[in-house]
Ligand binder design. Structure first.
Ligand code: MSP
Length: 663
């Protein structure tokens, strides 16, 4: 029987659109889910949306929408962004679904049957953004000790859960399971919190309407965290028989901010209900943006979709998991992302593949040679090292991401990725040292074959392990290597063995894998634009209401500022001009764009003579792929309006220096 592996992300609040922090949790879970599928596990990967509670109620009110309309719309935004980022979730849960309401009612009934629910009243401080209660003593400077925001005084009748009764059992569980919470620092934090004594927890609210009514007292709604945490059970089919096939979860991936809810409240509810506890809770750190906390008021909330549109999905996924150890806080800086994309991905990975495949075509007709031991080549220190590093990869990945003996250390995506990139780095160093171009010149085809086989095989083995984090890139590597790989049914240990690249295969011509990012084309902002104000209720007139699909159509006709920034427009000064032979409208221009003089062919000859073009300031597209026009190479495009007979060139109205970007 395949080993079950149930992995979850938190369910995201739908009071706002998805941002880079949400993407981080989800991408990490996705990478682990993909890796566990490769190991042959029966993976169930769940994500979803947290749709009840005061926070959602208030956000909907502020947007002038009903909570249901807002949650429907925003749950869709989350699903769309996950699809965009290549998230392979098997389930998606929304807490407004009927199956979930039933699961919450059932769990509540179990807590009650166990004698852990009692009626009372409290007077406490409530932090709406965190949906948590605080005593006067716990406040920091009168504000929420977690997020520092203002708290509201609430005085309500409420039902309580006897959390205080579970402290000892939680500590005993943690003693017996050092891997229960990771990394270690978070384990210690939870341990100390529980040791400090637990207060009973209010699990119902009367002042909040947007929630699940308490089965035995519908004037109350279920506290949003009891509601939300239950999602992990709902998705297993709970309470219907058979849910035990999925429950308990093998791992809950969460951010450090929601640790207490997952590592204290949730296990206490489960203990009370007589249900098994999740095996592991792995907590990650928080991203700041250029050193600052991400916040709507600062306008620095990074949209993962925009970043993926510009850099590609895989560079973003790679950056997030490679840049900082999982568990530590880190800074999301676009400069660092550019560096990672240009060094690790373009210079190292893309370059090794490109040069190996190109040389295979140049020297060996594109045919993969047989793996051969060639003295002076395969016994070079770099070649030996490549094989050692490849042989170590399965173990390194297992230890970092799957070994129960190292579970208490948390997940170490950065270490695993580093090991895979060591193979690539050593591959490049080897090609450089072995210099197959010299071997080819000397006519030593066997030696050339041995160098290229080693490089291609290193790429094949590394790509298997890069797949969980960079699935699209790995697939493109496999295509280039002429391989068909199904990561969900692969025997990873066998596939990772050296020598798997089949000799005799004819590879397709090299295509670029990871293009370099031109720092000049980087957009200035990555933040999520403010949510558009909701459409006002349509007044009752004779106007025909627009179907929703058509209403969205107009949105799709827009491009983002990032799309626009992809076109590199610069001011140029024409230094020389002459008609292109045998053409009656093409002029060959030499255009000064500050850093160089470019040859550009323009179809403006019927409206402008070559002489009158010299000295003119014009606007040119400088990142257009070069093209041949009537046999003359053109490296850009001149902007003009009108048709060939009546054309007006675009000219800046002041003497802007050549090379200046047009924005
Ligand atoms: N709805 C609750 C979770 C309920 S789970 C039963 C919630 N939602 S959330 O939308 O606010 O946040 C979800 C996740 O996003 C958390 O894991 C949180 O740590 C993560 N992040 C939000 N901002 C983040 C950063 N700036 N950096 C990294 N992760 C962050 O909490």
């Amino acid at each position: 029987m395949r080993r079950p592996f149930y992995i979850t992300t938190p369910i995201y609040y739908v009071n706002d659109v998805p941002h880079i922090g949400h993407a981080y949790t989800t991408i990490a879970a996705d990478a682990l889910a993909r890796y566990r599928r490769m190991l042959g596990d029966d993976v169930f990967f769940l994500t979803g949306t947290d749709e009840h509670g005061q926070k959602i109620e208030k956000a909907a009110e502020a947007k002038g929408e009903s909570p249901q309309a807002m949650t429907d719309r925003l749950a869709g935004r989350f699903q769309a962004v996950w699809q965009r980022l290549g998230i392979s979730n098997d389930g998606f849960i929304r807490t407004t679904e009927a199956r979930h309401k039933q699961a919450v009612a059932d769990l509540y009934a179990r807590l009650k049957a166990n004698g852990d629910i009692y009626a009372g009243a409290y007077e406490d401080w409530y932090c709406v953004p965190c949906e948590s209660f605080w005593t006067e003593l716990q406040l920091k400077g009168g504000a929420c000790p977690d997020c520092g925001r203002a708290v509201d005084k609430v005085r309500e009748q409420s039902y309580f859960f006897r959390l205080s009764a579970y402290g000892d059992r939680l500590l005993a569980h943690m003693d017996a399971h050092p891997e229960f919470v990771s990394p270690k620092s978070r384990y210690n934090e939870v341990y100390q919190f529980v040791k400090g004594g637990l207060r009973d927890l209010s699990i119902s609210r009367t002042g909040v309407r947007w929630g699940i009514p308490l089965p035995d007292d519908p004037a109350h709604t279920v506290y949003v965290w009891l509601d939300a945490l239950t999602n992990y059970l709902t998705a297993t089919g709970y309470p219907a028989p058979g849910f035990e096939r999925r429950w308990p979860a093998q791992v809950h991936i969460i951010g450090k901010d929601i640790l207490r809810f997952h590592a204290v409240y949730w296990p206490a509810f489960l203990l009370s209900a007589g249900l098994p506890l999740p095996e592991r809770i792995v907590s990650h750190g928080w991203w700041t943006i250029d050193g600052e906390k991400m916040s709507k008021s600062k306008g620095n909330v990074v949209d993962p979709g925009l970043v993926a549109d510009f850099f590609g999905v895989d560079p973003l996924r790679y950056f997030l998991l490679r840049e900082i150890p999982f568990g530590k806080d880190g800074d999301f800086s676009i400069d660092r992302l550019v560096q990672r994309a240009n060094t690790d991905l373009a210079n190292d990975l893309g370059n090794l593949l490109n040069r190996a495949v190109s040389m295979l075509h140049r020297y060996l007709g594109g045919v993969v040679p047989a793996p051969e031991e060639v003295p002076g080549v395969t016994d070079r220190p770099e070649a030996v090292r490549i094989r050692e590093l490849c042989a170590a990869l399965p173990g390194v990945f297992h230890k970092a991401l799957a070994d129960p003996a190292h579970a208490a250390d948390g997940l170490r995506f950065d270490e695993a990725l580093e090991a895979a990139f060591q193979v690539i780095g050593t591959g490049n160093a080897f090609v450089h040292e072995a210099a197959p171009w010299n071997l080819a010149k000397a006519g030593d085809t066997r030696a050339v074959g041995a160098v290229l086989y080693t490089a291609l095989e290193a790429l094949r083995v590394a790509s298997l392990f890069l797949y969980p984090v960079m699935p699209g890139t790995a697939r493109r590597i496999w295509e280039q290597l002429g391989l068909t790989v199904d990561p969900d049914t692969i025997d990873l240990a066998a596939a990772a063995r050296w020598g798997g690249l089949p000799a005799g295969a004819v590879l397709p011509a090299a295509t670029p894998l990871c293009p370099r990012i031109d720092p000049d084309t980087i957009p200035a902002t990555w933040s999520i634009p403010h949510e558009p104000a909701p459409a006002k209720e349509t007044p009752v007139t004779d106007a025909v209401p627009q179907p929703a699909a058509e209403a969205h159509q107009a949105d799709d006709d827009f491009i983002s500022i990032h799309d626009f920034a992809k076109v590199k427009l610069q001011v140029g000064v024409v230094r020389e001009a002459e008609p292109v032979k045998k053409s009656n409208k093409l002029l060959r221009l030499q255009v000064d764009i500050g850093t160089e003089v470019r040859q550009i062919v323009a179809g403006i000859g019927r409206s402008y003579t070559a002489e009158e073009m010299v000295g003119r300031r014009i606007v040119v597209v400088t990142n257009l792929r070069p093209a041949m026009l009537m046999g003359v190479e053109s490296n850009g495009m001149v902007l003009a309006a009108g048709d060939a007979e009546a054309l007006g060139l675009l000219t800046p109205s002041a003497d802007v220096a050549p090379g200046t970007r047009v924005k």
